[in-house]
Design a protein around this ligand. Structure first.
Ligand SMILES: Cc1ncc(C[n+]2csc(CCOP(=O)(O)OP(=O)(O)O)c2C)c(N)n1
Ligand SMILES: [Mg+2]
Length: 687
């Protein structure tokens, strides 16, 4: 193929288009239309705009590109291939290997390919965030933009602008229909994140047909009302107009930017363009041929990368990127000489390490029969940890006074445009965006925490699921964990939420029984680098156990432990409790002892941590021969049978709660020592 310099851009854009069409066709499934339409956007971003080094996709100050419409994954894979982005090894260091070799594009959507159906963080280097569920990518991009501002505020020094990266996200109609993007855009506008730019593919098409079926507001006006700067590009193929719009984004300014770009889905396909058929199905062999004809492409070529296109990218981002990154590295080197303490913090941030003695200010709680709510002990522990880990930061969805999540020590500050180094975030009543923003913050090296009532974990669950999938170490602080909430009633009383969170793979759920277990929960959660943790905490007081009588709270690290052995060391029955119900079990043990029944009490704050233990430990805590077991939890039963076995019994909730004082509810629903003791005797009597 012969090219003039004027046509090379078009050739490069068409390479992205045809690679995408060919991959979808070979896979016999996927989404060809949107990559074909949006190829000019990613071409321009990678080749001219992003400060991005393909050799070092982990460079901390790189501009981020988020493909929020993850169904258009081939768009990203094509450009990552052409830009020559390298794969990071298991040690996190860049290798010489391409992140997306051509053979992997040929194996699009097949097992083991670096080109899975939707982009997956960690799996393919250069993918900044896992996307697929619409709205999550743009919402996470807000967290990335927050992190850029926060890192700049904390670490930049005169003459050392170490952090000034921008975040670009490409989104579709579906992204902007989803509520989470609205929450996130509202937050970004409020926080004046000028370093954020969303490019909206206004193609008028979704799966069912034209967007007029379901989407008729003035999106530009909506974003202006959020405080965004809104620009329009009438034709995505007009590279000059796209360039002008991107150049009009003012990263140092006060407004995030939305660029509304008109495109035609499956552009160039004679029979499929501008139809919803082109969204999620291969074009078909014949239509691929006709489209290539229309592009002036060799009709029968498959997965063709013209050598001049490869060279064009090498001379573009392949040259520009490494030069920028090397400049930054030498800046970091002189920074390290002038500001060694800060440089050491940065090293730890990007290695996922904590400062030495990070847990030195975690308090020890003295035994106390009245005790305190685990939300209160959590608040105290959080302060202690946050004082020692400067990049532990976060906030609540307007419930900080109830969640005890406000960092109140000197210098903690509040994050805003004027004070971007603040560590307290006010996410507003936007749980879903809070969860997604936390993902973006964690993806940037920070250790975020979030807070809300446990019952509203439902509102942020999709973001939590992605955090677990991406292996992000986020701390979710949930309070008001059961019918113990009391008078607020069933709308505020979680029942199925423990089961729902335990069902998410790679999420650790911890429901501590007292203040010292809460302290241990923080020790455990902070040291987990590759998974999020949900702390499930009470509103009501819990006695602080006397650990000279009961086993050490360190047992929490193993998920479950023998808190109090049965009288005589030979249990007839095992009582297993979590959180507030551990105390019910302890009281039941005394009632049973008075009747000559020997009961062991196991505190089981975390199923996930327990399941990670070797079999001999698990069998020491729950010996197979003691098959009479009672599990007590003020929640639904789902899943408990794996610890109870066929002869065990569950004491908990079978439906929704009710509005009444907590003590009354506990009695009403049978969460009492008397009932637990009676159930234990019943299964012992059953032979
Ligand atoms: C939360 C969520 N709901 C539904 C889907 C399934 N889905 C994938 S793409 C899409 C809509 C396609 O329309 P649009 O977002 O405009 O993308 P386009 O086809 O224009 O690229 C839907 C409903 C999804 N990926 N995520
Ligand atoms: Mg669309």
């Amino acid at each position: 193929m012969s090219t003039t310099s004027a046509s090379i851009e078009r050739l490069a854009v068409d390479t992205i288009r045809t690679l995408s069409m060919d991959a979808v066709q070979a896979a016999k499934s996927g989404h060809p239309g949107t990559p074909m339409a949006l190829a000019p956007v990613v071409y321009l971003l990678y080749q001219e705009v992003l400060r991005y080094d393909p050799l070092r996709p982990d460079w901390p100050n790189r501009d981020r590109f988020v493909l929020s419409c993850g169904h258009a994954s081939m768009l990203l894979y094509s450009v990552l291939h052409l830009a020559g982005v390298r794969q990071l090894g298991p040690d996190g260091k860049a290798t010489d290997e391409l992140a997306v070799p051509l053979e992997h594009i040929q194996q699009f959507r097949q097992l083991g390919s670096r080109c899975p159906g939707h982009p997956e963080y960690r799996h393919t280097s250069g993918v900044e965030v896992t996307t697929g569920p619409l709205g999550q990518g743009v919402a996470a991009s807000v967290g990335m933009a927050i992190a850029s501002r926060w890192l700049a505020a904390r670490y930049n020094r005169p003459d050392f602008p170490l952090f000034d990266y921008n975040v670009y996200a490409l989104c579709s109609d579906g992204d902007l229909m989803e509520g989470v993007s609205g929450e996130a855009a509202s937050l970004a506008g409020h926080l004046k994140l000028g370093n954020l730019c969303w490019i909206y593919d206004d193609n008028g098409i979704t799966i069912e047909g034209h967007t007029s079926l379901a989407f008729s507001e003035d999106v530009a006006a909506r974003f202006r009302a959020y405080g965004w700067h809104v620009l329009a590009v009438d034709d995505v193929n007009d590279l000059a107009a796209l360039r002008r719009a991107i150049a009009a984004h003012d990263p140092a300014g006060e407004h995030p930017t939305l660029i509304v770009v008109k495109s035609v889905i499956a552009w160039g396909s004679p029979n499929k363009q501008n139809t919803h058929d082109a969204h999620g199905a291969p074009l078909g062999e014949e239509e691929v041929r006709l489209t290539k004809q229309a592009y002036g492409w060799p009709e029968d070529a498959r997965f063709l990368v013209p050598s001049e296109v490869a060279e064009h990218f090498r001379q573009g981002v392949g040259t520009r990127g490494p030069a920028l990154r090397k400049q930054w590295e030498s800046l970091l080197q002189s920074y390290a000489e002038r500001h060694p303490r800060e440089a050491e913090e940065l090293r730890r941030i990007f290695a996922g390490e904590l400062p030495p003695d990070w847990d030195a200010e975690i308090p020890d709680f003295p035994a106390d029969a009245k005790g305190l709510a685990s939300r209160a002990s959590s608040g105290k522990v959080l302060q202690g940890v946050a004082k020692r880990v400067p990049w532990l930061l976060g906030g609540s969805a307007d419930l900080a006074p109830s969640n005890n999540t406000l960092l109140s020590f000197d210098g903690a500050g509040h994050f805003s445009r004027e004070t971007p180094g603040g560590r307290n975030f006010h996410f507003g009543i936007r749980e879903h965006a809070m969860g997604a923003a936390a993902n973006g913050m964690a993806l940037s090296g920070l250790r975020p925490y979030t807070g809300t009532f446990f019952v509203f974990s439902d509102y942020m669950r999709p973001a939590m699921r992605l955090a677990a999938l991406m292996e992000l170490p986020i701390l979710y602080i949930f309070t008001h964990d059961s019918i113990g909430v009391g008078e607020d009633g069933p709308t505020h009383q979680p029942v199925e939420h423990l089961a729902a969170l335990r069902a998410i793979p790679n999420l650790v759920v911890i429901r501590p029984a007292d203040a010292n277990e809460t302290a241990e929960a923080y020790r455990t959660a902070l040291s987990l680098k590759d998974r999020p943790t949900a702390l499930v905490l009470t509103r009501q007081n819990l006695p602080t156990l006397d650990r000279s009588i009961y086993a050490s709270a360190e047992g929490l690290r193993r998920g479950a432990y023998i808190l109090r052995e049965a009288e005589g060391g030979r249990p007839d029955v095992i009582l297993i409790g979590t959180g507030s119900e551990v105390h019910v079990c302890l009281a039941a043990r005394e009632l049973l002892a008075a009747d000559g029944v020997a009961a062991r009490v196991v505190s089981m704050p975390s199923w996930e941590l327990f399941d990670m233990q070797p079999q001999d430990y698990r069998e020491a805590v729950l010996p197979p021969r003691v098959d009479r077991r009672v599990a007590v939890e003020a929640a639904g039963e789902l899943g408990w049978h794996k610890y109870l076995g066929p002869r065990g019994v569950f004491v908990g909730m079978t439906g929704f709660g009710a509005s009444a004082p907590a003590g009354v509810l506990m009695k009403h629903f049978g969460l009492t020592a008397e009932n637990v003791a009676a159930q234990a005797k019943r299964i012992l009597a059953s032979g």
